[in-house]
Design a protein around this ligand. Structure first.
Ligand SMILES: Cc1cc2nc3c(=O)[nH]c(=O)nc-3n(C[C@H](O)[C@H](O)[C@H](O)COP(=O)(O)OP(=O)(O)OC[C@H]3O[C@@H](n4cnc5c(N)ncnc54)[C@H](O)[C@@H]3O)c2cc1C
Length: 495
């Protein structure tokens, strides 16, 4: 059994098939050496993955199983195991990743053919391999995620005298990831606990609370790091959410169910987005490099201004709410959807920075980095798909909407702690006396705005609209829609 991003025992199709095959079972996890050098990968990802793997290893051993950990090349490790144990079958779950992981999987498939080994891959979640048309996608996805959960194996039979080896400490690879505040507990059991804390209590306020970084912290499910390592499957989450929905329908006014109804539907639609975006990567594994609409990307022709990029990366733009969000993300490895969209759109529209560089930076900051969602969203929030509306977030509006009193700003940008409420969103408007009184001299203790936000945003929006009207871009957008567009009708069209 080759574990990849499916680090769980339950609802694991490949594992169940592997344990019911006639042969004794060896479990393997390979940390690909090329991964740690990639621009989109950070030590926090590797550490999180290996911590989740350590939990899985104990769970496997409790069932009589084992786990070989390897750092390097999967093919070389398979050769080694094959020469000792004569592998008959390899079981694994399908993974939708960037080109490097496709190439690795193709190499394993070829190795299996050359060595007369059967290679079985099983679908997980709602991503459809070799999809013929987007028109059928929703039907196929719903059928997949609503199918029965796969039960856990009761026992694993290992080859005699076979024992697991040690999982590497990443420090020995020279990786010292940044420490995250409140990093979640790793592993499958912790994922299930997180899901139930959401469905039993925290999720009540999801719909209203998800857009603010303050309420989103507790009201969002916070399942993303577990989903990205496969400690929990989308099927499991949907299954338990639907059970909760049934309870709520039966008895909506009981204290445990009150307020949940609309939040659960919103949550289910987010889970559908998960599969929708990863399906894009399944079709185009180069989303981190090539824009979905390359003609549009060419015309936009964004430039890497190092000064702007550094200010953006480090939360030193001079826009308090933006800086607070970036610093919160650096400290915790997580931020809610709306703020991620703002961070990306400010880079792409307001600062006109290239999306590949900003996208890689955000990927390294997110503990839950999931290439399919990430690169689809980065491209969407940068206006390079041609099929999505231009959405350039105003920092000032988000600041007023979500942090009117400046509570979040003061916590994450302590330079502004004593700035009075009337200036907290735009401290550069303080006169000299107010700056002195609040202990914050603009340009010295806290930066001046890197550019005029309103003006630069407007210019970014208008350049994008004008590029979208180019005939070549329009032709490409039609093709993109056929390939990737959501078939969900907008409310107006439905009417
Ligand atoms: C620029 C940008 C980059 C992003 N990069 C990632 C990423 O690398 N990994 C990642 O998991 N999410 C990413 N997202 C989507 C979203 O912000 C996160 O899934 C969400 O904030 C994770 O927190 P949660 O699990 O509490 O989400 P909840 O709101 O509780 O949602 C539950 C799950 O639904 C899925 N989901 C929620 N919102 C979206 C969405 N808009 N698109 C697709 N799936 C969604 C996720 O799997 C999420 O874990 C990105 C969004 C943007 C704008």
């Amino acid at each position: 059994m080759w574990f990849k991003r499916d680090l769980r025992i339950s609802d694991n199709h490949a594992l169940l098939e592997a344990t019911t095959a006639e042969e004794p079972l060896i479990c393997i996890y390979n940390l690909d050496s090329e991964r740690i050098l990639r621009d989109d990968v950070d030590g926090i990802h590797i550490k999180w993955e290996l911590d989740c793997l350590s939990v899985l290893k104990i769970d496997l051993e409790n069932l009589g199983g084992n786990l070989i950990f390897n750092f390097g090349s999967i093919i070389e490790k398979l050769e080694e195991i094959h020469s000792e144990f004569n592998i008959k079958n390899i079981f694994s779950n399908e993974e939708t990743g960037l080109e490097w992981s496709w190439n690795r999987d193709k190499a394993v498939s070829k190795w299996c053919k050359n060595n007369d080994v059967n290679f079985y891959e099983f679908p997980t979640n709602g991503i459809i391999r070799r999809l013929k048309s987007r028109n059928n996608w929703k039907y196929l996805r719903d059928k997949r995620v609503d199918s029965k959960l796969i039960h856990s194996p009761k026992i694993i039979v290992s080859p005699s005298n076979f024992i697991s080896n040690k999982i590497l400490d990443i420090e020995t690879l020279g990786i010292f990831p940044r420490k995250l505040n409140n990093r979640p507990k790793p592993g499958e059991k912790a994922a299930i606990e997180m899901l139930f804390s959401f469905l039993d209590d925290r999720g009540r306020g999801y719909r209203k609370g998800m857009s603010s970084p303050i309420t989103g912290e507790s009201m969002c499910s916070r399942l993303s790091p577990y989903i990205s390592t496969g400690c929990i499957s989308i099927k499991q989450i949907i299954y338990h959410t639907r059970r909760k929905q049934k309870k709520v329908k039966k008895n909506p006014r009981s204290s445990e169910n009150r307020g949940f109804s609309s939040s659960l539907s919103s949550f289910l639609s987010r889970l559908a987005w998960h599969c929708h975006f990863i399906q894009r990567l399944e079709v185009e594994p180069t989303l981190n490099e090539i824009a979905i609409n390359p003609e549009l990307d060419n015309i936009l022709n964004r430039e890497l201004d190092v000064k702007k990029f550094e200010a953006w990366k480090n939360g030193l733009t001079g826009w308090p709410f933006f800086d607070a969000c970036m610093r919160y993300l650096i400290a915790t490895g997580w931020i809610n959807f709306r703020m991620r969209a703002m961070l990306q759109s400010v880079a792409s529209y307001t600062l006109w920075l290239p999306w590949r560089e900003s996208g890689n930076h955000l990927a390294r900051l997110f503990l839950d980095y999931e290439p399919g969602i990430h690169w689809s969203q980065v491209q969407m929030q940068s206006g390079v798909t041609g099929i999505n509306s231009v959405r350039a977030y105003s920092v000032k509006k988000q600041s007023l909407d979500h942090d009117f009193e400046g509570f979040f700003i003061r916590k994450w940008v302590p330079e502004l702690k004593k700035v009075p409420n009337e200036f907290i969103h735009e401290p550069w408007l303080m006169d000299e006396i107010s700056q002195k009184e609040s202990g914050c001299i603009i340009g010295k203790d806290y930066p001046k705005p890197i550019v005029d936000e309103t003006e630069s945003r407007k210019i970014g929006i208008s350049k994008t609209y004008s590029a979208k009207s180019n005939p070549l871009v329009k032709v490409r957008s039609k093709i993109v829609y056929e390939l990737h567009g959501s078939r969900r009708k907008s409310k107006n069209k439905k009417k």
